[in-house]
Design a protein. Structure first.
Length: 138
């Protein structure tokens, strides 16, 4: 598996940190209309806080973020809204280097899940590299 999920069906509190991968891949956003990666993460937390106003773990996480991050406080004040959709990201793979990929996010709100589809443009260097990496794990 090139990328492992960060949430299980029983997870109810979204993580503010970026997804982790089983082989050390670190996703980083490229320039997009949503702004910095912190804004979409804060928007996901805002959506969770609106849906689960009495969740003590979520309240504790939000209190910690408010206490420890001026950036988070400023973003939170704007009541951020983030519409999942198409983004372009760069994955920094420990062996293959930077891979420019497409990231499409589909919401499954009744289950508090997001389905993330990561693809590469056909024939692109990233597509060839992903195909090669997939062959190594088969």
């Amino acid at each position: 598996m090139l990328v492992r999920p960060v949430a299980t069906p029983t997870t109810r509190t979204p993580a503010p940190s970026p997804p982790r991968t089983s082989d050390g891949v670190s996703p980083t956003s490229t320039a997009d209309s949503a702004g910095t990666p912190a804004r979409p993460r804060a928007a996901r937390l805002r959506r969770a806080a609106d849906r689960y106003p009495h969740d003590p773990r979520l309240a504790a996480l939000l209190a910690e973020l408010h206490a420890g991050s001026e950036e988070f406080r400023q973003i939170w004040q704007t009541r951020p809204v983030h519409a999942p959709g198409h983004r372009t990201k760069t994955l920094d793979h420990p062996e293959a280097g930077a891979l420019r990929v497409n990231c499409d996010v589909l919401l499954v709100p009744e289950d508090d899940q997001e389905v993330v589809l990561i693809t590469a443009d056909p024939g692109s260097p990233a597509a060839r590299t992903l195909r090669r990496l997939a062959g190594q794990t088969a």
